[in-house]
Design a protein around this ligand. Structure first.
Ligand SMILES: Nc1ncnc2c1ncn2[C@@H]1O[C@H](COP(=O)(O)OP(=O)(O)O)[C@@H](O)[C@H]1O
Ligand SMILES: [Mg+2]
Length: 512
């Protein structure tokens, strides 16, 4: 019998069946991934295991003993620790206070133990190699990745036997993701169970086994070494996917869309030169803070820099985002929340916004029929799934919100498209759609700058890739030189190796 068995678990929320007789099994010593589209029931399953939700039926067996988990405290006592998708830290408290919150101590007792807690927190930060934070830092002043790391350290420090991580990596940059995966693996080696939920295929592919959920049911469990991504994605979507990544046909045309000459901005961008042709997807790689974000800001008019920006042969100067947009630059921003969408508004209002601006700028009166058509076309082109154009964007899933961002930014078919990590936090089904859209845009002659924190995407979506390091273009890769190894070498500032005839490897064959 497996060490952990969740058997025939069902759970409904009103008319919504989140889980229907679902089964999940895991063993001590393994990192076990849960994979499934948004709404597949993953979070519901782990909330049942961690005592946040009670199942309508089914049983949980750990170490051959049937468990009764009625509340989160029960799970914690049984050695089940959970890092939730939504952070549970109290923003107004310090790191140290948060670390020892909910440990059943009264406030007065906590005050007495303050010194001790600070010392213990220091030890925890050290043990998990979290640098750059002090126990006395107030959580609300920390960046999201740091909050996420504190949350993780808090759960781990209680030494649970079963560790659940529900999309704990979504706020982390690549090096921090690696940090977490390393921790997960070392805990597994100590004989614990790690249940790992993530939308990123590369992370899932570093787990030992993978259970796939679809529509509230477990539809398959695979050893990582015995499956490939096409099979996993097919299971997730319930339809055959022969290509997670699209076939790339090089559509690069001679005509240059963008030329950068010696773009420099303080210490953030140093002498960046670039030529981008029509029909090209130019990948941009880089660890956080190496200049790629600054470069996108300069091109989208949010920041001014020294040097020349030449768009279609004409030097341009963007004093604000609006001028960049009018000049034919479209931006899929980093954060669809604060930069991409206006949330209380409908799909239609969001998509119309840039169009309205342009019409006004050119002194044209608003033509309601034209606007309606623009919205309709954009929704079709970017496959927005919604009851109608009047649906408020908050009611959409993350994947569909991202498609509205696409529709909004690209409804005017800008020649140059800037995509800043546009698949982050997006479900796999939507990712496949986005990859195809990107290639389709290139085919139609757009030039695309595609920044991604996922190296696999750079290798498999782009015609060329450059990697930024310390504000400079550290490597420009073309053809056979676009390999995962080369990109990673360049990310950390190492010399890349030139093609040795292996060619571009098909991604699912890679040991991730
Ligand atoms: N508290 C809730 N109230 C109503 N419906 C819910 C609630 N939690 C989850 N659901 C629904 O249950 C289904 C499964 O959701 P969830 O377990 O969060 O999926 P996942 O984590 O795989 O994205 C979805 O249809 C979701 O809308
Ligand atoms: Mg979830």
């Amino acid at each position: 019998m497996p060490d952990l068995v969740m058997k025939d678990i069902s759970k409904s929320f009103g008319a919504v069946k989140a889980l229907t007789n679902a089964t999940f099994e895991a063993n001590f010593g393994e990192v076990h991934a849960l994979l499934g589209e948004n709404g597949a029931g993953k979070s519901t399953l782990i909330k049942i295991l961690s005592g946040t939700l009670r199942p309508d039926s089914g049983e949980i067996i750990l170490n051959e003993k049937k468990l009764t988990i009625n509340r989160p405290g029960d799970a914690v006592k049984l050695g089940i620790g959970t890092v939730y998708q939504e952070l549970s830290l109290v923003p107004s408290l310090t790191v140290a206070d948060n670390m020892f919150l909910n440990m059943g101590e009264t406030t007065i007792f906590r005050t007495i133990k303050k010194k001790e807690n600070i010392k213990k927190t220091e030890e925890i930060l050290k043990r998990y190699e979290i640098k750059g934070i002090k126990p006395s830092d107030v959580v609300k002043n920390l960046s999201l990745p740091f909050r996420q790391m504190i949350e993780i350290a808090k759960v781990l420090s209680r030494r649970p036997d079963v560790i659940i991580m529900d999309e704990a990596t979504s706020a982390l940059s690549d090096d921090k993701v690696q940090w977490l995966l390393d921790i997960a693996k070392s805990y597994a080696r100590e004989g614990k169970i790690i249940i790992f939920i993530s939308h990123r295929m590369a992370e899932v592919r570093s787990c030992d086994r993978i259970t796939v959920f679809r529509g509230g049911v477990d539809v398959g469990v695979q050893k990582n070494s015995e499956t490939d991504a096409d099979e996993l994605v097919s299971l997730m979507l319930g339809r055959k996917i022969s290509n997670y990544f699209p076939e790339i046909t090089d559509r690069t045309q001679e005509e240059v869309v963008l030329e950068l000459q010696q773009i420099t901005s303080g210490n953030l961008l140093k002498d960046v030169n670039l030529t981008l042709q029509k029909g090209t997807v130019m990948g941009v790689g880089g660890l956080a803070g190496q200049g790629q974000s600054t470069l996108f800001q300069v091109l989208s008019g949010a920041l001014q820099a020294r040097g020349k920006i030449i768009l279609r042969g004409k030097q341009v100067r963007f004093n604000n985002p609006y001028q960049s947009q009018i000049a034919g630059v479209g931006l899929i921003p980093e954060d669809r929340g604060s930069q991409g969408l206006i949330f209380p508004q409908t799909i239609s209002e969001n998509i119309q916004l840039p169009v309205l601006g342009k019409m006004k700028y050119m002194g044209i009166f608003t033509d309601n029929n034209r606007l309606k058509n623009v919205v309709k076309d954009a929704m079709t082109r970017f496959a927005v799934k919604a009851p109608g154009a009047d649906t408020v964007v908050t009611e959409l899933s993350g994947g569909n919100q991202q498609k509205v961002v696409f529709a909004k930014a690209l409804s005017q078919l800008p020649e140059l498209i800037l995509m800043f990590d546009c698949t982050r936090g997006v479900d796999v089904g939507t990712k496949v759609e986005i990859f195809n859209m990107v290639r389709e845009l290139a085919k139609n002659g757009h030039a695309i700058l595609y920044y991604s924190t996922d190296v696999e995407e750079l290798v498999n979506i782009c015609d060329q890739v450059f990697v930024m390091h310390d504000g400079k273009i550290a490597a420009m890769l073309k053809g056979k030189d676009i390999t995962k190894e080369n990109i990673i070498l360049a990310l950390v500032g190492e010399q890349v190796q030139s093609a040795i005839g292996r060619g571009r490897r098909k991604w699912q064959k890679q040991v991730l």
